[in-house]
Design a protein around this ligand. Structure first.
Ligand SMILES: Nc1nc2c(ncn2[C@@H]2O[C@H](COP(=O)(O)OP(=O)(O)OP(=O)(O)O)[C@@H](O)[C@H]2O)c(=O)[nH]1
Ligand SMILES: [Zn+2]
Length: 196
């Protein structure tokens, strides 16, 4: 479901604020104690900041460039891009690193900074790790139509570490490969060696 555009931002923030106050009351807090007075307002503002809930299709602010890549179209790899997201099951953070590679087609490349921007754009909503992985790749395919895309996401999930099964420090790795990364073992190895 998309963000309800008929509700203005001020009302949305107020609604979140009231909901947070309800939570505080129901976990036995005194909402009038000094430390908590401003908390519902801060949390509402924080959700706007960390869960922008934009649609994946809204990522539009990028430029493509034609560069002379010579005879062979080699892999462009941007690795260890930090990201933060919130899991859609518990609304707890999961965070880690994303490694993104693509093989340009016809000398067409995207501005390097747009790859971390894309990662941030896609991860700033309630999600699951697999979906973030696929959505980063899909968007790059749509934008660049490259010869191949590889995306690996490594993350720690607070819903696994600070509650539930309590496996502190466990890391989840998810991957997506298309085109040459899928068909050519050498290309995949080059990528995996590159992110070691
Ligand atoms: N596949 C996937 N699962 C996730 C992700 N983040 C959290 N989960 C899992 O989502 C599942 C939700 O399962 P439920 O059984 O409905 O929830 P729960 O009772 O709180 O489960 P436990 O965490 O096992 O206590 C859990 O197994 C979580 O570990 C994610 O990014 N990807
Ligand atoms: Zn979770």
């Amino acid at each position: 479901m998309k963000k309800n555009k008929s509700i203005d931002k001020e009302t949305r923030l107020k609604n979140i604020e009231n909901a947070v106050r309800e939570i505080l009351i129901n976990i036995g807090e005194d909402v009038y104690r000094e430390g908590l007075i401003e908390t519902p307002k801060r949390v509402a503002k924080m959700y706007e900041e960390i869960l922008s809930t934009k649609n994946v299709n809204d990522f539009e602010n990028y430029k493509l460039f034609d560069v002379n890549l010579g005879e062979s179209q080699e892999m462009v790899l941007v690795k260890e891009i930090p990201f933060f997201s919130m899991c859609e099951h518990h609304m707890l953070p999961f965070f880690g690193k994303v490694h993104v590679a693509y093989i340009p087609r016809d000398n067409k490349v995207i501005g390097l900074s747009k790859i971390p921007r894309l990662v941030e754009f896609i991860s700033k909503k309630l999600s699951v790790q697999e979906e973030i992985t696929v959505n980063i790749a899909k968007k790059l395919i749509e934008i660049l139509n490259p010869l191949g895309v590889a995306v690996v996401v490594e993350a720690r999930h607070m819903c696994i570490e600070m509650r539930g099964i309590n496996k502190i420090g466990s890391v989840t790795r998810t991957s997506f490969y298309s085109g040459e990364f899928k068909e050519n073992v050498g290309r995949k190895k080059e990528f995996l060696d590159g992110i070691k």
